[in-house]
Design a binder for this molecule. Structure first.
Ligand SMILES: [Zn+2]
Length: 229
């Protein structure tokens, strides 16, 4: 049950027919794990917190835990920045999360946002959506992996050409992609919109050319191929 303060805080979401009071309650109950604390993750974290995702775990990728992209020169710990943005949001940044490859940690969350990482295999085993985003020098892409479903590919079904070396952490591209990643997470939590599972959304830089590519489950995939029906 939403409090009066929450109804006021989320009023602009609650009036959306796709969200409503029930959807907002779902968001507040949701638990999302974010792998990393760089610019891409910063953008995703801010949108998740602002939308009212109730519990957010952050696996730090450095010891500083800062929202540097938004506050250069005024580095602020993620915990305080997100809870200041939304006091409903519980942020878990315990160092123990660095060992998130262990199943018992991922098991506490509904879905995971991550760059390509071995965490994908843990999510696969636990049947948790793995919203994968990568930035390379010339493009960014977003690929929701639900390979544990018989009709959705996993991360290993992607051709190796997608995993480009020489990542470019240009802040605008990272922030843009993090926002898309958070939007996909909110869609999954709310059960909204068309399924983009098995679809890879990419954007080429500097042309800003968007494309969407269907990715089929690979029958030869060593992780999920056996599920091909
Ligand atoms: Zn696969």
């Amino acid at each position: 049950m939403l409090s009066d303060a929450q109804i006021e805080r989320y009023s602009r979401q609650i009036i959306l027919p796709q969200v409503g009071g029930k959807g907002q309650e779902k968001l507040l109950r949701a638990r999302v794990l974010v792998n990393g604390s760089g610019p891409l993750q910063t953008a995703a974290l801010l949108y998740l917190a602002a939308a009212g995702v109730g519990t957010i775990g952050v696996i730090p990728n450095d010891s500083s835990l800062v929202l540097s992209a938004f506050a250069p020169g005024q580095k602020e710990p993620i915990f305080s920045a997100l809870t200041r943005l939304n006091p409903d949001c519980v942020v878990v940044t315990d160092k123990a999360l660095e060992a998130a490859a262990s199943k018992h940690i991922v098991n506490d969350y509904d879905l995971v946002l991550s760059p390509p990482d071995s965490l994908h295999e843990v999510c696969y085993a636990l049947r948790r959506p793995f919203l994968c985003a990568q930035i390379s020098a010339a493009s960014v892409w977003l690929f929701p992996c639900l390979g544990y479903e018989s009709n959705h590919p996993c991360l290993r079904c992607l051709p190796s050409a997608f995993f480009a070396e020489g990542a470019d952490t240009t802040a605008p591209a990272a922030l843009f992609l993090g926002t898309l990643q958070a939007t996909e997470a909110i869609k999954l939590i709310l059960g909204l919109g068309r399924s983009s599972h098995g679809k890879l959304l990419s954007c080429q830089f500097p042309a800003l050319h968007f494309s969407e590519q269907i990715v089929l489950k690979d029958p030869q995939c060593k992780l999920c191929g056996r599920l091909v029906s």
